[in-house]
Design a protein around this ligand. Structure first.
Ligand code: ARG
Ligand code: MN
Ligand code: MN
Length: 329
């Protein structure tokens, strides 16, 4: 039974702004912006873009069923993409202009809704959008803390990234570790390195390991999840960030084991179980400190079958519901 006992310490309404962000410019594989299934609709190379498949699955009704008032913000980045194609990339960083302009748009939308005291749920889209979502809630909620659930640390700087894919870099932009990057002038450092906790890491690049160590950043890898159990890990994160801290949850579905969420761009074996992923969301809802939720990297185009695709979309929806107050009893 849904129960959204509205006891949030930082929100002033029971309204939830859902930001649909069909965007894949921060990584090389199309599809996180997809609307219709390749399989169901037989669209092979002409990508039809639109709101994320989680909406098609009925997510808005589900959220209303949890007693939230829902405000949906749709986005279409097709025109922007064409315009940005003409801009020369910043060094080896791919699609810098497209990522920056998209993120700036989403940042402004989130800032507006967060200022109304609303919960923010962003449906990605690739994780470069983290630049927009965290900076958007941080602009309103002072002293914001972030729980970044991911197989990857996404903390490469523009100098350390091997791939040049910006979905591997958002945390270094948010914390200012990458310095001011040309074209991203709108994005000012908004997150202290001691206000972020990672959960689920298991595929961290060597330069990222160095960055995490040097900056003493709190990170729980899958080793720590195995060692302490997920409930203790979440408890340690909440203790570390503090009770007076509004919290933004940025959930990359590749944190889950590929057997749970197969349809994503950079799957890594040995991930969180279905229940471990949902436990994180449930416990953060229970904390009453959540002000923003991202469900990122759901990529319907990469599934090997309809079943895999539906499974991943469904798990994205159920993570969002858990973070918004769905309980098992
Ligand atoms: N959001 C993600 N799935 N990020 C994957 C990043 C992979 C790799 N560390 C890179 O920088 O490209
Ligand atoms: Mn990831
Ligand atoms: Mn990520």
């Amino acid at each position: 039974m849904p129960t959204n006992n509205f006891t949030n310490k930082f929100l002033t309404t029971n309204s939830c702004a859902v930001i649909a962000a069909p965007f894949s410019g921060g990584q090389p594989k199309g599809g996180v912006e997809l609307y219709k299934s390749f399989f169901i609709c037989n669209i092979t190379n002409n990508l039809f873009r639109g709101p994320p498949r989680m909406l098609e699955a009925g997510l808005l009704d589900m959220i209303e069923g949890l007693d939230w008032k829902v405000e949906i913000q749709h986005n279409d980045f097709n025109a922007l993409e064409k315009e940005c194609k003409k801009v020369v990339d910043t060094r080896h960083i791919k699609n810098a202009s497209f990522v920056s302009k998209t993120c700036q748009t989403i940042h402004e939308q989130i800032k507006k809704h967060a200022a109304l005291g609303q919960m923010i749920l962003t449906l990605g889209g690739d994780h470069s959008l983290g630049m927009a979502t965290v900076s958007g809630t941080a602009a309103v909620h002072k002293n914001l803390g972030v729980i970044w659930v991911d197989a990857h640390a996404d903390i490469n700087t523009v100098d350390s990234t091997d791939t040049g894919n910006l979905h591997g870099c958002p945390v270094s932009f948010l914390t200012g570790l990458t310095g001011q990057v040309e074209g991203f002038e709108w994005l000012k450092p908004c997150l202290e390195t001691n206000k972020i906790c990672f959960i689920g890491l298991r595929d961290v690049d060597e330069p990222e390991k160095k960055i995490l160590k040097e900056n003493n950043i709190k990170a729980f890898s899958m080793y720590h999840v195995d060692k302490y159990g997920i409930s203790k890990v979440v408890e340690m994160c909440l203790e570390y960030l503090g009770k007076d801290t509004p919290i933004h949850l940025s959930f990359d579905v590749d944190a889950l084991d590929p057997s749970v969420a197969p349809s994503t761009g950079t799957p890594v074996r040995g991930g969180l179980s279905f229940r471990e992923g949902h436990y994180i969301c449930e416990a953060l809802h229970e904390s009453g400190q959540l002000v923003g939720i991202d469900i990122m990297e759901v990529n319907p185009a990469l599934a090997l079958s309809d079943e895999q695709q539906i499974q991943t979309i469904n798990v994205g929806c159920s993570l969002a519901r858990s973070a918004l107050g769905e309980t098992l009893l």
